[in-house]
Design a protein around this ligand. Structure first.
Ligand code: PMP
Length: 322
């Protein structure tokens, strides 16, 4: 496939326009109206399809990516899947820097899509692998003369794409949304959504959800084992003054959130969605009665069958007996 700005149909046509569900069973006594947007239904299985494809398309249109360009990125998994999909479609080489926390299922997907994987093993001072991954990316970019670092941590095409999630969501809810809970990593999703809320002049309160040990909002210490949210550095996008105070969640609470969503609503979601469910659970007594709350099913739980949904893994890694 020749790289061209006209090649934007095919699989990309399936990204976005995800369904919104009303969930009556997750918090039945709360007096809250709960809604979930099924971002796991994107073809790559997560909302990061949106940013990965937008970053690649924009860079192609600007002539920053041509047919021999090698794409390089650091990923906890989902951005990698989106990029692998886009790079395969456009016939581009892709190198992804991953770390040991990646789900085995996601890793297999990446290999199946033809990405070359480089795994860092060194934790940084904060106990996260992010800085090691970024160091590796920077050295690869130096070595590879015709490379393009998609840089989801700083590239504005990331929040720009994620803004469409809120555009769809607010249309689906007729602009009547009191609280939006969002898990944070690069901060692209939460800030993209916030921008659309502000643009519409709405009073929706946006609540960031972060994990113990993350530096994004200086969370208390913790040793996270579940990939997706949290980061070993501050976000380049997040402006905390426009957000509610963050709700911190640990891995055990994320697992319990995932299991609750599965048992009560038959929705099989990934770890960051479990974290958000746990955060809503913590906050629910403080939220205005009858208010409308929305969250995103950020990725599919199929990627976590051998971790979050495996009782042995949960016991061994989190000392939680289920
Ligand atoms: N949830 C999941 C499942 C993710 O993969 C990510 C991105 N790593 C996030 C949440 C955080 O999203 P963002 O990078 O847009 O802050």
């Amino acid at each position: 496939m020749i790289v061209s700005k006209d090649n934007i149909n095919g699989i990309f046509a399936a990204v976005g326009n995800t369904k919104l569900l009303r969930l009556d069973r997750i918090f039945p006594e709360s007096g809250l109206e709960i809604y979930a947007k099924l971002e796991n239904l994107n073809p790559g299985g997560s909302f990061k399809d949106r940013s990965s494809i937008n970053i690649i398309q924009k860079a192609i249109n600007l002539g920053k990516i041509t047919k021999n360009t090698v794409i390089i990125e650091s990923t906890s998994g989902n951005m990698g899947v989106g990029l692998a999909q886009a790079c395969l479609y456009f016939g581009l080489k892709l190198i992804l820097v991953i770390d040991p926390l990646i789900n085995p299922h996601t890793e297999k997907l990446l290999v199946t899509f033809g990405a070359r994987l480089i795994r860092v093993k060194q934790k940084d001072d904060s106990g996260s692998y992010l800085m090691s991954r970024l160091d590796k990316v920077k050295s690869l970019v130096k070595q590879e003369p015709n490379s393009f670092w998609t840089n989801q941590y700083e590239n504005n095409s990331n929040p720009e794409a994620q803004r469409l999630i809120a555009r769809e969501l607010l249309d689906q809810m007729d602009n009547k949304l009191d609280y939006l809970f969002v898990g944070t990593g690069t901060g692209g999703t939460i800030m993209g959504c916030l921008r659309e809320i502000q643009y519409r002049g709405l009073e929706t309160i946006v609540v960031p959800v972060d994990v113990m040990g993350s530096k994004i909002f200086d969370a208390p210490k913790g040793n996270k084992k579940i990939p997706g949210i949290g980061a070993g550095q501050k976000s380049n996008f997040i402006l905390p003054e426009y957000l509610h105070l963050p709700v911190y969640v640990d891995d055990r609470e994320s697992v319990m959130g995932c299991r609750k969503l599965l048992q009560r609503e038959a929705i099989l979601a990934g770890g960051s969605t479990g974290a958000v469910v746990a955060a809503i659970s913590k906050m629910r007594c403080h939220l205005r009665k009858n208010s409308k709350i929305a969250f995103l099913i950020s990725d599919s739980g199929e990627r976590y069958l051998t971790t979050i949904y495996d009782n042995d893994w949960v016991y061994k890694n989190l000392k939680l007996a289920l």
